[in-house]
Write a new protein. Structure first.
Length: 170
């Protein structure tokens, strides 16, 4: 008695290859359907949901009020053989703090600058020296200084911010 293989009855090698090819095609189609579904989910426009949307805050332009140098008695004077600038503010009444930016050109048309902050503690006049150069243990002063410009940010006691500008030619 012989045992027969069911594949031998009318099922040749071509039929087996066809069945394997069908399984491969079905697998490829299934993968494509999954990819299309995921792509649609990701790329489709979102409808409103219970999750709040986070929006970036809009930049607002701050209006900067101006203050004439004369209103606060602001003067600039070159001192120490043009190695320093003396900033004086005669009228400090109602002022809370000061921030300054002093810019100038040095030898070889190299732009330079100094930033600083001054706390106003009383209504007394302010005298503040600004070095035109760098100092650590020893000062190295810039040469041929020109086009000195001071921009002063003035915060008053009522927290309003003003700007005042002054230039100095030496």
């Amino acid at each position: 008695m012989s045992i027969s293989n069911p594949l031998d009855k009318g099922c040749g090698v071509d039929t087996i290859n066809l069945m394997k090819n069908q399984k491969v095609i079905i697998g490829i189609v299934a993968i494509l359907l999954v990819l299309v579904g995921v792509g649609y989910f990701i790329l489709s426009p979102k409808k409103s949901s219970s999750i709040p949307q986070v929006t970036e805050p809009q930049a607002t332009e701050e209006t900067i009020l101006t203050l004439s140098p004369e209103e606060i008695g602001l003067t600039l004077t070159a001192i120490d053989n043009n190695r320093k600038v003396l900033m004086e503010i005669a009228n400090t009444s109602g002022l809370a703090s000061l921030e300054y930016e002093l810019s100038y050109m040095s030898k070889g048309d190299i732009p330079r600058g100094v930033l600083g902050t001054i706390d106003v503690k009383s209504n007394k006049p302010i005298e503040h020296e600004i070095v035109l150069g760098t100092c650590s243990d020893v000062c190295h002063y810039d040469q041929d200084v020109s086009n000195i410009k001071l921009i002063l940010k003035v915060t008053k006691s009522d927290n309003k911010v003003y700007q005042s500008e002054k230039t100095l030619e030496i």
